[in-house]
Write a protein that binds this ligand. Structure first.
Ligand SMILES: *Cc1c(COP(=O)(O)O)cnc(C)c1O
Length: 382
């Protein structure tokens, strides 16, 4: 990270760890008590910072962490031994030998992986913990649901592997409840096709943040995998999750670097895609796409200055963004600008920002670049 903690802030993210902890507690409180909480902290905890987020989630009561890569598992292990970690993505074979070193449970989707992990366990002289993943319609990781019982039998015949869980992933839980029901049914049928399956001693998990909308309180499910929602962002607009009401964890800030007057008719920024229709006051902000303001926000997005919305003029550039402040009492260099978050009575949330960027909240959060320091805060009143 090209940032010294002693330098003044010109573009930064604030991470409210108190809100993170409250969100986990609220999500847990909305679920039956026997449901385990798998905290998904891949991609540097959705850009919030893996170490800080994981430490707080441990304190708040996460049962298990899920990450995407061996490097993320290794970073998590730096916090200490013991806490269970599940790797969600397939490993590349060269990573197999690291399974015992970082003490991770891995995802199995194929007989070929069963054999690879068996060899790792034999070489290490200790079992490898696995979660069997079933593809119920996502078409990504997992064994196709009609072939699940055969792969299960292969794992059962391999004493070097210790089966810890079985799971699936929903492709459309944020928009298509009917397809999610289909996937749930396929998963249940796949479980039922396995003779003598003892689900009580396994983690059976399917639901991500959006899945919590329609989670079954009965049935075999005894864990959830939560990413986005714990960071205070709702996975869908028509959310039924009113009883959770998460608090925003992430906010994104920059400053005014320069203020100036420009005459009507001036073309603004690269390619002159905006032309001033009146004599204007513009502010040049000290952040651009090099910090994670998507270029899609050119001529579309807004920012908050003095609690008022100011439109972005012209193209977002790598290091600067130009906004119209003609209708404000003129700001000064150094004034704070909110890109995502609250300022006075105004708010731009991650969802609105993502709509301008023609993307999803998940991508917005992990697109804030490493030039941007994360400042950790802990609000009072948990
Ligand atoms: C990222 C991920 C999750 C978390 O999804 P959210 O929508 O952020 O809650 C759960 N399961 C798997 C397999 C994932 O890759």
């Amino acid at each position: 990270m090209i940032h010294s903690p002693n330098l003044p802030l010109r573009c930064w993210a604030e991470i409210d760890l108190g809100a993170l902890e409250r969100n986990l507690r609220r999500i847990r409180a909305s679920l039956p008590a026997h449901i385990r909480y798998v905290a998904v902290v891949k991609a540097d905890a959705y850009g919030h910072g893996l170490h800080q987020v994981a430490a707080r989630l441990m304190h708040a009561g996460a049962d298990l962490f899920a990450v995407a890569t061996m490097a993320e598992a290794a970073a998590l292990r730096e916090l200490g031994p013991g806490w269970p970690i599940l790797l969600l993505s397939p490993l590349v074979p060269a990573e197999d030998e690291l399974i015992p070193r970082y003490d991770v449970a891995v995802t199995v989707s194929s007989g070929e992986e069963v054999e690879r992990f068996r060899r790792v366990a034999t070489a290490a002289g200790q079992p490898v913990r696995v979660h069997l993943k079933i593809d119920t319609g996502m078409g990504r990781v997992g064994v196709w649901h009609e072939h699940a019982s055969a792969l299960f039998a292969g794992i059962r015949e391999t004493p070097e592997l210790q089966l810890e869980g079985i799971y699936t992933h929903y492709s459309s839980s944020d928009e298509d409840d009917a397809f999610t029901r289909t996937q749930r049914d396929r998963f249940r049928h796949a479980l039922a096709s396995i003779p003598d399956l003892d689900t009580k001693n396994l983690l059976i998990h399917a639901d991500n943040s959006a899945g919590l909308e329609t989670i079954e309180r009965a049935g075999p499910f005894n864990a959830v995998r939560v990413g986005l929602l714990q960071f205070g962002v709702l996975p869908r607009r028509d959310s039924l999750l009113a009883d959770v009401e998460p608090d925003p964890v992430f906010s994104f800030h920059t400053r005014v670097g320069l203020v100036k007057q420009l005459p009507a008719g001036t073309g603004i920024s690269y390619a002159q895609t905006h032309r001033l229709t009146r004599d204007s006051t513009v502010a040049i902000l000290t952040a651009g796409y090099g910090d994670g303001i998507p270029r899609e926000l050119s001529n579309v997005g807004e920012v908050l200055i003095s609690g008022q919305r100011c439109p972005i003029l012209g193209r977002v550039t790598m290091d600067q963004t130009i906004v119209d402040v003609t209708d404000l009492s003129t700001p000064s260099p150094g004034d704070e600008v909110v890109l995502i978050g609250r300022q006075k009575d105004a708010e731009i949330d991650v969802t609105e920002f993502s709509t301008w960027a023609k993307t999803i909240s998940w991508e917005t959060l992990c697109s804030v670049t490493k030039r941007v320091p994360r400042i950790y805060r802990t609000a009072l009143g948990i």
